[in-house]
Design a protein around this ligand. Structure first.
Ligand code: AMP
Ligand code: MG
Length: 495
């Protein structure tokens, strides 16, 4: 292997307060569940570490890649609004950082590879179900264009894990721009009362927002890392949640420890895409109060950013009043940033040249109609797309979606509005409104089969969801909304 192909350990190098050396615990009988060759190629991953027996053993925790330095990271976080001072990688082990040929650095992490110093009595393991869910969902999200962690591999361990019942165990190989969270900043700011915070903030700002830092410091030599970080994370998370809202994605556990500072979606636990539209939709079995309901996500992300801001105050300015003013200004940008990005996404979805004031009422009434008539979110938007592009007959959409009379009435107003739009906006609709999304009932079925040792559906779905904006043969099944008896109403954390 050439010297350019090796792990780096920049986060680990900050010290053992950040990453504690932790070895994976060997398992009985590793078996492949999935290997993501496309991602391996994109990463410039070595051939020798590809889909072979030695890699399988290594990704199961029974071996080690040359040059890896396994470790687990400390963090804290607000869980459902309450501060937990000590969380951390309880079932995740960072093998090292991998530099893609274009220079971008990625964490390579095993999730479910055994206990760590942060396991807090947990077994450090994961059942097959949540591993398959995260693999499928994160890869589908990537193909939909949403910033997200990714899945390089999934392996079954051959060992059972004990949850409500005995379940087969598995390990996911996760790839992220980094796994540093709002909760990581909280750990150093709150649990450790500021010790080590400055080093963390400098590190993460340089790793993710180096260009913004240079620009800010060129304009104002006094600009702090903390100030730049807060500004950039506000921007990145506004972008992320706007994207989720535009696709009907519900994360399910938007605790501050599940929000990455790099702006990628992380931790596919009880997440789900909506089938029929409902603003108050909740799937997670543990979200009894609906804190993380679909319509609440932007507000929750804003709240999480205010937690980050609070932690960064001592680094923004020694003068507390000045620090508060600067941080407040930064976080106060969120509603406008979110609204602007979300409006642009909606304009693309509705085939509008731009969002005008009068369009808000039109859009509101569309969503009310979907909710009232219990219409499928994804198919309704694709119906608009095929209508606008005059492409209905070339697709099977009419066999999958029947507009209600209310929606047909609404269509008249929309068509009138669109008479004032340019034709280019039709084209945009095709890449703003997917044909397929990773629907819950398919994920559930793939999990059931993988638990029984059959990966075929997992492979089929993964391959279909790689191209979500175009019609394919077989979409009678994959684009269709679930039948009543197929609908999934509850999702579980699977920890
Ligand atoms: P999550 O709900 O997956 O975001 O996890 C919340 C916290 O619980 C994190 O600190 C995890 O590392 C930890 N955790 C979750 N499942 C396990 C497990 N099976 N063993 C040890 N720690 C776990
Ligand atoms: Mg988590």
């Amino acid at each position: 292997m050439s010297t350019s192909q090796h792990f780096e350990h920049s986060f680990h190098a900050l010290g053992s307060e950040y990453v504690t050396p932790t070895a994976a615990t060997p398992v009985s009988a590793p078996k492949w569940l999935a290997w993501n060759n496309r991602l391996a190629e994109q990463l410039g991953w070595p051939e020798a570490w590809g889909h072979n027996e030695q890699t399988l053993i290594t990704l199961a925790g029974n071996g080690q890649f040359e040059g890896s330095q396994p470790g687990s990271a400390a963090y804290a976080g607000h869980q459902f609004g309450n501060y937990n001072p000590q969380l951390g990688d309880g079932r995740a082990i960072l093998l090292g950082e991998w530099r893609r040929p274009d220079g971008q650095l990625f964490d390579i992490q095993l999730k479910g590879a055994g206990p760590t110093p942060y396991s807090r009595g947990g077994d450090g393991r994961s059942p097959v179900g949540p591993v398959v869910r995260e693999y499928l969902m994160s890869e589908a999200m990537h193909s939909l264009g949403v910033p997200t962690t990714r899945a390089l591999a999934a392996v079954a361990t051959g060992d059972p894990v004990y949850r409500q019942q005995l379940e087969p165990g598995a390990i996911l190989t996760r790839v992220a721009k980094s796994h540093i969270r709002i909760g990581t900043v909280q750990f150093f700011a709150m649990t450790r009362q500021g010790k080590g915070l400055k080093e963390l903030v400098s590190y993460v700002t340089q790793r993710h927002y180096g260009a913004a830092l240079q620009k800010a410091q060129a304009l104002n030599p006094q600009a702090t890392h903390a100030q730049v970080l807060l500004n950039e994370v506000t921007r990145a998370l506004a972008n992320l949640v706007a994207h989720w809202q535009s696709l009907g994605f519900i994360h399910g556990v938007l605790n501050t420890d599940n929000m990455l500072l790099c702006g990628e979606t992380v931790d596919y636990g009880p997440c789900a895409f909506m089938d029929t539209f409902a603003a108050g939709q909740v799937f997670s079995s543990i979200d009894t109060g609906g804190r993380y309901a679909f319509g609440n996500q932007p507000g929750i992300v804003h709240w999480n950013l205010s937690v980050l801001a609070q932690c960064l105050l001592p680094l923004i300015d020694e003068d507390q009043e000045k620090a508060v003013a600067v941080a407040q200004k930064s976080v106060d940008q969120f509603p406008t940033l979110f609204t602007d990005i979300y409006s642009a996404r909606l304009a693309a979805k509705f085939g509008l040249d731009a969002m005008r004031d009068s369009d808000h009422a039109l859009i509101e009434s569309f969503f009310s109609q979907l909710e009232e008539d219990k219409l499928d979110f994804t198919l309704a938007f694709r119906w608009l797309t095929e209508v606008a592009n005059g492409n209905m007959d070339a697709t099977i959409l009419e066999s999958l979606f029947t507009p209600s009379s209310g929606l047909l009435n609404w269509q008249t107003q929309w068509s009138n509005r669109r008479l004032q739009a340019t034709s280019a906006s039709c084209e945009h609709m095709k890449t703003a409104n997917p044909v397929v999304i990773p629907r819950n009932h398919w994920v559930a079925q793939a999990i059931g089969m993988a638990e029984a040792g059959d990966n075929e559906l997992m492979e089929t779905l993964q391959s279909r969801w790689q191209d979500p904006f175009n019609w394919h043969a077989g979409d009678e099944q994959f684009a269709a909304a679930p039948k009543r008896e197929e609908q999934v109403h509850r999702t579980f954390c699977g920890t």
